[in-house]
Design a binder for this molecule. Structure first.
Ligand code: ADQ
Length: 738
């Protein structure tokens, strides 16, 4: 990886401070939330700028406000993106927080579809783009954060084609079934694909994203990259961490020691269950309170012996669903305290405000159980902060399986927060866990959280962004050069032994609507015959076709090597029989896929199934293109899940989807031919579709690999069409004779 230092430009919806109007002027306040906590230390160690919205837009023209913003820019390198109040409201409270936030957290019933929201979202993203472009200097790296700015990567790509742009999504990416509800789904995905690097907290979020790109845009991707036209977009799962030192150093201060002593005294004789959240419906606060009520019902001995300290910092208070949540939580707290409380015991201590980091550290330090049970969460930093503060190993983490953090915190007690009964039972166990197990679990968690801290996260992201951007510059090598005919003919002539690998469909003949119609032109067999006759040549026709097709068309050319079904079956020159690559293969597994494909044929007029010895193919060239393309995406996505644990995979070709074993690919025949014909000083591989890429991959890098048609390929050279291929072969045949 490259290590050269670049200036970092961080772009997020919010700056880490927000401006608020007071009776006497303006006040700057530190923003709450995970991002501010996470990014500040990274920016400190990078020579960077932070670009974002400074908060409330009222009084936007006040010169005093402008003065503060200018000072921020000059002294703190924080650049404010001002948004007119109405845009800010429809963008932030509207589309971002009432459409994207609930949908991405799998709460479709809370989604608000308001056209004004989308317009404001687009306007705000464009405004962010203008400000970034104004401050960008060549050599900078741009790191865009989160769901409020999903259009920004592509806007930046248009304005600054060469800028390295990375994007990190802090919230979960939803399942494609949920994502595709969004009316603006295509635009959002296209917006993201402007980035060089797209990163998520977990592999599940990444998988959901890839599935959505496939289902919505019809674009396939590999596990960590996606082709977006001329560019490659790198895809990664990079789980965020915390600045552990910020908390642990606090624990050693007299101030925090004092808070801890005070808390121990206040809750003497009680075990402390601690919950810290933004007051948000995704955080599972009502579910937690109901679970607590259940715990007190099922284990009366705990009454008076435990306390739930629930800290909830209000957020997004002008949105109706948040107001409803606030009321619901108040009611539940009141109900539990009213029902179970006593003169000397308050079951729930509810603090509805932000508290200082020192108080937070003290609470983390003294509490016996960290109760972190969001209904859905990108990562959840509270779980990591809790663990980091357990320097004495006295504490248990109860964590929701729906938090991204669950994927890396296996030693926590993982629970389903909707299952209140079982969660209550788990809590009971957590409260009575023996010291040895408790220590073993929390220590392993703490060490991992220390290791995978926020600096490691930031460094990983930036190193990957540097790499992805560099690969994009060199990505020009993925575009084959026009084949220089005199040079190849010269090399051909000079060579003593030559290996020629020729694809059939799309290379020697054009495509026909039905596979059986793509018969060889009258000229082809004669041409092949002349190539074979040259004693220096070994020629193999390698195709996805069945052996019967190849035999029918080329069976009379005894000197030709034939490879059917992408190399699963081979016929050597002069041999009567075909050799299977794996004689023990059973078609039984393929038969199981057949009904699925048949179902797709039923739904897609004009499509058909072709059955081969080693594969089954769904052809849809004759079907209504848009509908069939959409169904093809569905089919690939479905087969990916269905076949994950088998040796079969679904492969896409030109208007076909083929299901075949993983181990069959065109590259497999190269060794075979080399072995029989001996080392060659001229190797030539030519083909037009993805299956030919496997051939190019296996052939040496310095040899003559040729892609037929436009687009990206591993091949070094390209030719425009089958007609050009036949002309080239003709000239080779002639050149060889002279
Ligand atoms: P958030 O939804 O804000 O972040 P979270 O990861 O829990 O959620 O971070 C909250 C932060 O705010 C923590 O650092 C916590 O200490 C602090 N905090 C919460 N309540 C507080 C209170 N009452 N007083 C003081 N501080 C409080 C989003 C995503 C998460 C993702 C983060 C980072 O929703 O899933 O983990 O970004 O990527």
């Amino acid at each position: 990886m490259t290590t050269e230092k670049h200036r970092l430009v961080v772009v997020s919806n919010r700056l880490p401070v927000k401006l608020q109007r007071t009776a006497t002027g303006w006040r700057a306040e530190r923003s709450s939330g995970g991002l501010a906590t996470a990014m500040s230390p990274i920016l400190k160690s990078n020579d960077g700028l932070w670009i974002g919205w400074p908060g409330a837009s009222a009084g936007i023209d006040d010169p005093k406000r402008q003065e503060i913003l200018e000072r921020w820019a000059a002294e703190e390198r924080r650049i404010a993106v001002d948004l007119p109040p109405e845009t800010a409201q429809h963008f932030y409270e509207g589309y971002a927080n009432q459409t994207l936030w609930p949908l991405f957290h799998h709460f479709p019933s809370l989604v608000v579809f308001d056209p004004k929201g989308w317009v404001a979202y687009e306007t705000a993203n464009r405004r962010f783009c203008e400000v970034v472009v104004r401050h960008y200097r060549p050599g900078d790296m741009i790191w865009v954060h989160d769901y409020q700015l999903m259009l920004l990567p592509n806007l930046l790509r248009q304005a600054l084609p060469d800028a390295p742009v990375g994007f990190f999504l802090h919230i979960p990416f939803p399942s494609s079934e949920v994502f595709r509800i969004l009316p603006e789904r295509e635009k959002l995905l296209e917006g993201l694909l402007g980035a060089n690097l797209l990163a998520f907290h977990t592999h599940s979020h990444l998988r959901h994203f890839r599935n959505s790109v496939l289902r919505v845009l019809g674009r396939e991707s590999r596990i960590n990259e996606l082709d977006a036209g001329e560019r490659v977009v790198r895809l990664e799962a990079i789980p965020i961490g915390i600045a552990t030192g910020e908390f642990t150093s606090l624990l050693a201060t007299p101030e925090v020691a004092g808070h801890m002593a005070e808390l121990r005294q206040r809750y003497a004789g009680q075990q402390i269950l601690l919950a810290v959240d933004r007051l948000d419906y995704t955080k599972g606060i009502p579910e937690r309170l109901r679970t607590y009520r259940r715990l007190l019902e099922r284990a009366p001995k705990l009454r008076g012996k435990v306390v739930l300290v629930q800290i909830a910092v209000p957020s997004r208070q002008r949105i109706g669903s948040y107001e409803a949540l606030r009321r619901q939580v108040n009611e539940l707290v009141g109900e539990i305290n009213g029902h179970f409380g006593a003169a000397d015991w308050t079951p729930v201590v509810y603090i509805r405000r932000g508290i200082s980091q020192a108080h937070l550290a003290a609470l983390y330090g003294v509490s016996d159980v960290g109760w972190v049970t969001p209904l859905r969460d990108g990562m959840n930093l509270v779980s990591k902060e809790y663990v980091a503060c357990k320097l004495d190993n006295r504490g248990v983490l109860v964590l929701s399986e729906f938090a991204g953090a669950a994927e890396e915190m296996g030693e926590a007690f993982l629970v389903n927060p909707y299952d209140e009964d079982r969660t209550a039972a788990t809590l009971e166990r957590a409260l009575t866990l023996d010291a040895e197990e408790r220590e073993r679990r929390i220590e392993a968690l703490r060490r991992r959280v220390e290791r995978n801290n926020v600096f490691a996260w930031g460094e990983r992201f930036l190193a990957m962004l540097r790499d992805a951007a560099a690969a994009c510059v060199t990505g020009a090598s993925d575009r084959p050069l026009p084949l220089d005919i005199p040079s190849i003919l010269d090399a051909y002539r000079k060579a003593r032994r030559r290996l020629l690998f020729l694809d059939y469909d799309g290379t020697l003949v054009g495509y026909a609507n039905q596979p059986e119609r793509a018969t060889p032109t009258p000229r082809l067999p004669g041409l092949l015959q002349r190539l074979i006759e040259n004693p220096g040549n070994c020629v193999m026709l390698i195709s996805g076709r069945k052996r019967a097709d190849l035999e029918r068309w080329f069976g009379d050319l005894p000197g030709l090597w034939l490879a059917a079904e992408h190399g699963a079956l081979l016929r050597a020159p002069g041999a009567a029989d075909w050799q299977p690559l794996r004689p023990d293969f059973s078609r039984h597994v393929l038969e199981q896929v057949l009904p699925v494909l048949q179902h797709f044929v039923d739904r897609t007029p004009g499509s058909l199934i072709e059955q081969k010895e080693y594969s089954i193919v769904w052809h849809y060239r004759m079907s209504e293109p848009q509908f069939a393309d959409w169904l093809a995406n569905e089919l690939v996505a479905m087969l990916e899940d269905m076949l994950a644990e088998t040796e079969l995979r679904a492969f896409r070709g030109q208007k076909i989807i083929e299901v075949r074993p993983l181990w069959i690919h065109k590259g497999g025949v190269v060794g075979h031919l080399t072995q029989h014909c001996g080392p060659a000083d001229f190797q030539f591989g030519i083909g037009d579709d993805r299956t030919d890429e496997d051939l190019f991959k296996v052939l040496d890098t310095g040899v003559w690999t040729v892609h037929v048609g436009e687009g990206r390929s591993r091949a070094r050279f390209r030719l425009p069409s089958p007609a050009h291929v036949l002309d080239l072969l003709e000239r080779m045949a002639t050149a060889g004779v002279s």
